[in-house]
Design a protein around this ligand. Structure first.
Ligand SMILES: [Zn+2]
Length: 232
């Protein structure tokens, strides 16, 4: 057994150089054994990229089969007032927009794709409302919540990639606080009157977390220290 004379690391019997510091191995007592096959691949191979069109076709077939089979079963056997298969088919259509559309539209900006995803969610909510005869619930509760989530998500999606880690944390926390306030407003207005309670608690906690981050963000010495300690 040999050890590197430079860094002291234990060497394999077939190592002609130290793998860490590249110092040549010279040990007259235990010469390098060149007959042992190397215990790591010597050829560099690339992983073949996934064919996007084939993957899109596979996902389309899977989702189409799931939705189509449910509709067929529903039509043949258990047709009642509420066609439950419409909800399953709608969910499959929504998943199709989420998974297959980004594969097919590669050059479209991701912000547009997120917008399409949100529209798919709105369509699915509309389908549920039709199935359970709840257009009032849709207009007064689901769509306002969907709108709030959509605005916050699109804003964060647009702004986060251009910001530092500290700013991202602050923006995500701020987005969550705004979303919780909006959520309680929508629910309370749907139920009757607006009496903020739990969202205020969430907002207070969120702001107490944002404030120290703000101080760190605008104090260069603190920022440097945090970067050093957390390896940013
Ligand atoms: Zn070495």
């Amino acid at each position: 057994m040999s050890y590197c004379v430079n860094c002291g690391v234990e060497l394999d019997k077939d190592a002609a150089r130290c793998p860490l510091c590249q110092t040549p191995v010279v040990n007259p007592v235990c010469p390098v054994d060149t007959t042992i096959p190397p215990n790591f691949p010597v050829e560099r191979r690339e992983v073949e990229p996934v064919n996007r069109r084939e993957l899109a076709l596979l996902l389309t077939a899977m989702l189409g089969c799931a939705g189509g089979c449910c509709v067929l079963l529903n039509v043949l056997f258990w047709w009642r007032e509420m066609p439950w298969s419409a909800i399953v088919a709608g969910a499959c259509a929504m998943l199709w927009v989420w998974t297959v559309v980004p594969l097919l539209l590669r050059r479209v900006p991701s912000l547009v794709l997120v917008g399409l995803d949100l529209l798919a969610v709105a369509g699915f909510l509309y389908l549920i409302a039709l199935a359970v005869d709840g257009l009032d619930w849709l207009v007064r509760l689901a769509l306002p919540i969907w709108f709030g989530c959509g605005v916050v998500l699109l804003f964060l999606w647009y702004i986060l990639p251009r910001r530092s880690i500290l700013s991202r944390c602050m923006l995500i926390l701020g987005g969550c606080v705004v979303l919780m306030l909006w959520l309680e407003l929508c629910i309370d207005l749907f139920l009757g009157s607006y009496q903020p309670m739990w969202s205020i608690v969430v907002a207070a906690v969120g702001l107490t977390l944002v404030l120290p981050l703000l101080v760190i963000r605008y104090r260069p010495d603190l920022r440097r220290e945090v970067r050093r300690r957390f390896h940013f």
